[in-house]
Design a protein around this ligand. Structure first.
Ligand code: ATP
Length: 243
């Protein structure tokens, strides 16, 4: 349903993403892993419309959506949970969610607020708390809930477990599983390579702006050579490594 073909994105003269080709089928969980600076965020932002690619194509259900603005992508059913969450710190949990639901009718927004309170009970409890007062785990749940307010078919998630305590990392991965079980398609960028490979159907490994390799999560998990070559120093699950 989402096809990315030879996508290239530049910051000035630097091509941070080069010739990336990926395919995401409906209902899949697809991981994108790789070390710092590999171009993972650039890839997601180029799909979501936050960056304009210099070359290549993004197709959604066969339609060319390359370079479409973020609001157009949202209306087409593609929502981004950005790196560092980017919440409105002064607005309450409820207000953050309502702002995100602008593409919906008032009735849909009210229904989705209820759904979010069920999916994320802590957000229901803290609905009148300004987002700036939330803990890291609560803020990450709000960032995910905010993206879900537009009822996307495809969720792009950028480092959802970054900086979270181990129990909250578990919560994020269980949410990823639940969202996929509920019919959503997920493209998830993660530095936590072992956890992501274990949770996904397929994954792409990026290195220095390019897709280095791809495969099923379970097959890639067995490839210790890949961990040594691409992921070792920055893989938090590997004892004795740093990063
Ligand atoms: P990380 O996990 O550290 O966020 P990443 O794989 O998501 O890494 P990107 O953030 O996409 O990588 O960055 C890819 C490359 O582009 C890096 O070399 C980075 O320094 C560079 N880069 C990112 N954003 C900009 C920018 N706004 N201007 C110039 N260079 C940038």
């Amino acid at each position: 349903m989402l096809e990315i073909e030879s996508l290239t994105t530049r910051y000035g003269s630097i091509a941070a993403l080069r010739d990336a080709t990926l395919r995401i089928e409906a209902g899949e969980i697809v991981g994108v892993i790789g070390p710092n600076g590999a171009g993972k965020t650039t890839l997601l932002n180029s799909i979501a419309g936050l960056l304009s690619p210099a070359g290549g194509r993004v197709r959604l259900d066969g339609s060319d959506v390359t370079g479409a603005a973020p609001d157009k992508m949202l209306r087409a059913g593609v929502a981004l949970v950005p790196e560092h969450r980017r919440l409105f710190a002064d607005l309450t949990v409820r207000e953050n969610l309502l702002v995100a639901g602008v593409t919906a009718t008032a009735r849909q927004r009210a229904e989705r607020l209820e759904e979010m309170a069920e999916l994320f009970p802590v957000l229901g409890d803290r609905r009148d708390t300004p987002a700036g007062y939330l803990s890291g785990g609560e803020a990450q749940q709000l960032a995910i809930a905010r993206a879900l307010m537009s009822a996307p078919r495809i969720l792009l998630m950028d480092e959802p477990s970054l900086g979270l305590a181990p129990t909250l990392v578990d919560l994020v991965f269980s949410l990823i599983g639940r969202l996929a079980a509920g019919g959503r398609t997920l493209l998830v960028v993660e530095q936590n390579a072992h956890r992501m490979l274990d949770a996904c159907d397929r994954a792409y490994i990026m290195r220095t702006g390019e897709i280095a390799t791809e495969g099923s999560g379970q097959d890639l998990l067995q490839r210790t050579d890949l961990f040594d070559t691409y992921l070792g120093p920055s893989d938090p699950d590997r004892p004795g490594t740093s990063g």
